[in-house]
Design a protein around this ligand. Structure first.
Ligand code: PBG
Length: 326
């Protein structure tokens, strides 16, 4: 056997060599931290399926947002849990409702030091847990729901959101929200569209995080995990309707979709490293079955390598705090 002349291992010999040649990097400004706030809480409530993540009070929410800003994160994505839910999600449109108050509080604390992003969806607010209002036969009523989203987005903008993030997968939601924002003088509020959102088992822990009352599934509006052409169609529509950033969700089981979307459009692409992806690593690490920090680094690397410009991750703050670098 002749010795090889070309040895790729030469470029892997020392940490500096490897760092010099890393093709994938990650900066704090490319990370967004999702945060939950619940109405009527006296102190933060742990979410059992997401160890280390809590439902915040308004007060602890502001503190977490200030930490995110101080750490140099790009932003925080806010989800609100009202005390009362009904069939039409009325609390979502209460100007004094929990999410509007959270947006206003956080914006007044962080100003422009980090971006305030808000979830535009009804699932946290409806007693049936669906992302919209229902027709008499129990289907999610697309057009009636979109009207509510548009109104909700206008309220979020008025409360101080820099970006609104429609996550309900209703057809035409981005266009309707853009038109409503512009009509309300909020031309500069950007839309981060959940353009590609699969009906995924990996949202399981989030349902606990937002105390979701959903029974059944969202397969009549979220996408089939089997499809990628459908994802490109959704992205194309959202860009045409005025989406400023498009998001793919979940991330890990859909890295091929992130890559395909990155290659198909010229707007920034975000990916949501969802609750189930977080829970799997945390649970295995807690058992001593996986090494936690390397697994987190590898997860974030993979999502960036697939083509995501921005990552939403429950690990965002700790990743910066522990001084990790990719
Ligand atoms: C809907 C929404 C969901 C998530 C973000 N926005 C849940 C769903 O569609 O069922 C999931 C996020 C996660 O799992 O981390 N408002």
């Amino acid at each position: 056997m002749t010795a090889p002349i070309i040895r790729p291992r030469r470029l892997r010999t020392t940490p500096v060599m490897r760092a010099m040649l890393a093709e994938t990097t990650l900066q704090p400004r490319q990370l967004v931290l999702p945060l939950f706030v619940a109405e009527g809480l006296r102190e933060p409530r742990p979410i059992s399926a997401m160890p280390g993540v809590v439902q915040h009070t308004l007060d602890t929410l502001s503190k977490a947002a200030v930490q995110a800003a101080d750490a140099g994160l790009a932003g925080v994505m806010l989800f609100g849990l009202p005390e009362t839910k009904d069939a039409v999600g009325s609390e979502a449109l209460n100007p004094d409702g929990i999410l509007n108050r959270a947006i206003a509080t956080v914006r007044s604390e962080v100003g422009d030091d980090c971006l305030v992003m808000s979830d535009v969806c009804l699932d946290e607010f409806t007693d049936h847990g669906h992302c919209g209002v229902l027709t008499p036969s129990g289907l999610v009523d697309n057009d009636a729901t979109v009207e509510l989203y548009a109104e909700m987005a206008v309220q979020h903008a008025a409360a101080g959101a820099h970006l609104v993030a429609p996550s309900g997968m209703m057809d035409g939601q981005v266009g309707a929200i853009r038109q409503a924002l512009d009509g309300a003088g909020a031309q500069d509020v950007a839309i981060l569209a959940y353009a590609v959102k699969y009906a995924s088992a990996f949202y399981g822990p989030f349902r606990e995080a937002v105390a979701s009352s959903l029974t059944g599934d969202r397969k009549s509006y979220q996408q089939d995990p089997a499809n990628v052409r459908d994802a490109l169609r959704e992205v194309e529509l959202d860009v045409a309707e005025g989406a400023d950033i498009v998001m793919v969700k979940p991330a890990l089981a859909y890295l091929d979709v992130i890559r395909a979307v990155r290659e198909a459009v010229n707007v920034p692409v975000a990916a949501y490293n969802v609750s189930g992806e977080y829970a799997m690593v945390e649970a295995a690490a807690a058992q001593g079955w996986i090494s936690r920090e390397p697994a987190i680094n590898e997860t974030l690397t993979a999502i960036r390598r697939a083509g995501a410009d921005i990552i939403l991750s429950y690990w965002a703050l700790e990743w910066v705090h522990r001084g990790a670098r990719l």
